[in-house]
Design a protein around this ligand. Structure first.
Ligand SMILES: [Zn+2]
Length: 226
C-alpha cells in the first residue's frame, strides 16, 4: 500500500506520514478523552476493505481517533483500541529484543484523494494506478491498520525490500499478533486472494477472539468474511 510508493518517494508530501515511533506520554492523556464503551459500540472491528470492497460511506464519521506523537514530533491518528493493543504487542516484541515502531496508520479518504491528485500531477496516471490506493479502498482508512517499521542496531528499516529481508525478525513477531488482536493482513502465498503482495509489516486489528480464529485456521480476511 503506501509503502510501495514510499520507497521511491520518501520526500515532500508523504514525509509527514512515514516517520517512526511515538511518545509514550501521549497515551495516558489521549485515552482519558475516550470512553471505551463508546469506542466499542461505534467501531466495526470487522470492517472489510480491499481492492473490491469500499469503506462504508458512514464509517469515518463514526470512527474515534486519538492522536499520538512520535519521537520526531510527527503525529499519527489511530483508533484507540487498536493503539492500546499495539502498545501491548510492541512491549511483547520488545521482550524478544526487537524494536517495532508505527510507520503509517490512519489516512482519511479525503487525504487519499489529495495524494492521488498530487501524484497524478507529478508522476502521471499510470504511476498512480500502479502504486496509489484508490480513495475509499485502502485499509488504512479504517484506523485499524498499522504499518510498522523496524529499528535494528539504531537504524530504521522501512524500505519494502529491506523489510522483507528481515525474515528472522518477522518470524518472531508474526506468531504474537493474534494474542493482541492483530492479523497479518497480506501474508505470503495468499496474494491471489488478498490482491496484495506480501507485506510483513501491515497488521490489522480485528480483536483478539477474531484474530485467533482467523490465524488459527490459516485464513486471510477475505476467506473469513465470506
Ligand atoms: Zn499498510
Amino acid at each position: 500500500m503506501v509503502k510501495s510508493f514510499k520507497k521511491k518517494l520518501l520526500i515532500g508530501a508523504l514525509s509527514a506520514m512515514v516517520c517512526c515511533s511515538f511518545a509514550y506520554e501521549a497515551e495516558a492523556a489521549n485515552h482519558a478523552e475516550v470512553n471505551p464503551m463508546a469506542v466499542s459500540q461505534n467501531v466495526d472491528y470487522l470492517v472489510f476493505v480491499n481492492k473490491t470492497h469500499k469503506l462504508p460511506d458512514d464509517y469515518e464519521a463514526k470512527l474515534p481517533l486519538i492522536t499520538v506523537k512520535n519521537s520526531f514530533g510527527r503525529e499519527f491518528q489511530i483508533e484507540p483500541e487498536t493503539y492500546r493493543h499495539f502498545e501491548q504487542l510492541r512491549a511483547a516484541v520488545k521482550q524478544k529484543g526487537i524494536q517495532i515502531e508505527l510507520d503509517s496508520v490512519y489516512r482519511s479518504v479525503a487525504r487519499q484523494k489529495e495524494i492521488v491528485a498530487e501524484f497524478t500531477q507529478k508522476y502521471g496516471a499510470d504511476y498512480v494506478k500502479q502504486y496509489v490506493a484508490v480513495p475509499g479502498y485502502s485499509e488504512h482508512h479504517t484506523g485499524l491498520a498499522v504499518d510498522i517499521c523496524l529499528v535494528v542496531d539504531g537504524k530504521i528499516i522501512d524500505d519494502n525490500d529491506e523489510m522483507i529481508a528481515q525474515k528472522e525478525i518477522f518470524a518472531q513477531i508474526h506468531p504474537l499478533l493474534a494474542e493482541y488482536g492483530f492479523i497479518l493482513r497480506y501474508p505470503q502465498g495468499r496474494e491471489n486472494i488478498t490482491g496484495y503482495s506480501y507485506e510483513p509489516w501491515h497488521f490489522r486489528y480485528v480483536g483478539i477472539e477474531t484474530a485467533k480464529k482467523i490465524s488459527g485456521a490459516g485464513l486471510v480476511m477475505e476467506e473469513y468474511m465470506k
